[in-house]
Design a protein around this ligand. Sequence first.
Ligand SMILES: [Mg+2]
Length: 228
Amino acid sequence: MTVYLFDFDGTLVDSTQAVEKALRLAIEKTVPAVIESDLYDEYYKALFLFIKGRLTYRHLGVIHELVAQGTIHEYYSLMPRFIRDFPHARRVVRKLRRRGRTVISFSGEHTYPGGKVLFLKKTGWYDEFDEIITFKGTRDMLQKFGTVRELYPDCPVVWIDDSPSRFTYILDENALLVQKASPYKSDVALLFERDNFVKITSLRELLEIDDSLMEFGDGTGHQCTGSQ
Ligand SMILES: [Mg+2]
């Protein structure tokens, strides 16, 4: 049976708008004096870098202030509330599970450990999956992908992600790599030369992909085993 790996941010939900909105509001609520001043851009940038885990010493002073005023805390409580599902996201995930597919959340960890699971819970996505896997960097991602492959050695794996750069590391030929089109991510030209790569604009297309994988499976009589 086919195993589906779903990235979260940018694939199932639109979090970019949510991040921008929450950053702005968190600053507005906790350091209102900054909003109208020249400092706003610096505060916004520092907070953004902190959230992305890319803070450098240059912004350390501002971050101290953002911690002291509770801005970072405010950001994390606001952000999940602004996250919106992409069209068809929940319907497609539910349908795949009803068809008996194994559907796994496979996404990068947030700045702090356990943050992703918290977001999945706050957005009501946690229970939509058979399993939740989060990873830190690329090396960790590849290791965890390897674990999935060990658990389901013969199953076709369909991996849906809005970051195609992640796919460049994957040489598994029994994996279909699906890029969910995003206005924030650029294509990787080399991937389009691969037989096991496809780019989609709507999550709805996954149901057709699933149908065709099923036909293919039936045609060859190929069995795939998984240890659940
Ligand atoms: Mg993503």
